[in-house]
Design a protein around this ligand. Structure first.
Ligand SMILES: Cc1ncc(COP(=O)(O)O)c(C=O)c1O
Length: 374
């Protein structure tokens, strides 16, 4: 298989654990093991204490699949499969859906695997850019991109990196476009439950029998380290193809991680409330930061998710981000890591150290632009 480097992940591999503040993280402040276990109900605590560390069921722990299915009205555990993170699910689902003669339509910018895996299969890919003025999606452009061999439309709302969200009517149109063309809607919903000033969309899997919803424990559920993701779809043929491919990657999920995911999903009101509170506080800090620094940074306030995609109004973001990380140990993610033009950068606001990181960013920018920078 020939596949291009995943630029963002290579960048994180270099910096993530070497810096003081990851100000571009997309995940949310992780739970500590002790605090998570304290949320366990009696059944889950019993499962944890008596857990035997053998192989697990390839489709995922039935009780966990049940709990995941409860996020999708009308679906049951049979419609759900778990994976090692959302990333494995993206890789295998794209392989299940596409061959070299097929075409994929993908909203852009995007988490790279959402278009790169398709390319590595040999499929042709049409990227549909969001409008940088407000990060809106032109649904007509999606319709116009459809070809007889289009097998999949890939969307991601709430959107990484921009924080965009679409209206329910546009979501319904995307479903209709996919169905009209006999294509699958592959809907990356990993930031679902992090809506701020927007309505929560229905899931793709509940909305269409051929659509596939992607979920993960990493973002609003704040458990990136357990590496549990899933797909939910009523399309049995897709599930069976994906299940066959999983035998060549991880075979089954990690036994302890399945129980930890079960605990968090059963306690999801508490888990999601905690994340929402962090994100709400951080958005307040960012509102003030961007108001104070209008001449240096511009942003479209995110409607949902845990990331935003502001722009540096002067200078060059790659040079700025490099100087920032070298001198302050604060990591930003320049747009070039998404293959996206211009001076945008990803700023994540799901972590508790965000305000401290933003203070360092602000002081650094003041100094940087006061000495001979454009
Ligand atoms: C839009 C999107 N999809 C999928 C993933 C993969 O999630 P995970 O790393 O938890 O597997 C990410 C991670 O950042 C993401 O932002």
């Amino acid at each position: 298989m020939q596949i291009a480097d995943f630029r963002l992940e290579r960048y994180f591999a270099k910096w993530e654990f070497a810096v003081r503040h990851v100000l571009c993280a997309s995940d949310c402040e992780p739970w500590a093991m002790h605090d998570l276990l304290a949320l366990a109900d009696d059944d889950a605590r019993g499962r944890w204490d008596s857990l035997r560390l053998g192989y697990t069921e390839s489709l995922g722990l039935p009780a966990l699949r049940d709990e995941i299915a409860s996020l999708y009205p009308g679906l049951s555990a049979d419609d759900v499969m778990t994976f090692t993170g959302a990333e494995e699910a993206v890789f295998l689902t794209m392989h299940a859906l596409l061959s070299a003669s097929d075409h994929a339509v993908v909203v852009w910018p995007a988490y790279q695997s959402l278009h790169e895996v398709a390319r590595s299969i040999g499929a042709s890919v049409t990227l549909i850019p969001l409008d940088p003025h407000d990060w809106s999606l032109d649904v007509d452009a999606v319709a116009a991109a459809m070809r007889p061999n289009t097998r999949v439309i890939v969307i991601n709302f709430p959107h990484n990196p921009t924080g965009a969200q679409i209206a329910k009517a546009d979501f319904a149109r995307l479903i209709a476009i996919a169905e009209l063309h006999g294509a699958h809607l592959f809907s990356d919903e990993v930031y679902r439950f992090l809506e701020h000033s927007s309505e929560r969309l229905p899931t793709a899997a509940e909305s269409s029998t051929s659509a596939i919803s992607l979920g993960v424990m990493s973002k609003p559920f704040a458990l990136a380290g357990i590496r549990i993701g899933w797909i939910a779809t009523r399309d049995r043929a897709v599930r069976e193809r994906v299940a066959g491919l999983k035998d060549y990657t991880t075979i089954c999920s990690s036994a302890p991680s399945e129980i930890l995911a079960l605990i968090a999903l059963r306690a999801r009101t508490k888990v999601l409330d905690r994340t929402s509170a962090i994100v709400r506080t951080n958005l307040g800090v960012l509102d003030e930061f961007f108001a104070r620094n209008e001449d240096t940074f511009t942003w479209v306030r995110p409607l949902a998710g845990s990331t935003s995609f502001p722009s540096l109004a002067r200078g060059d973001i790659d040079a700025f981000a490099e100087a920032l990380v070298e001198t302050e140990g604060v990591l930003l993610l320049p747009a070039s890591q998404f293959g996206y033009p211009g001076n945008h950068f990803r700023l994540g606001y799901g972590r508790c150290d965000m305000a401290a990181a933003v203070t360092r960013l602000e002081e650094f920018a003041r100094h940087y632009f006061s000495i001979a920078q454009p």
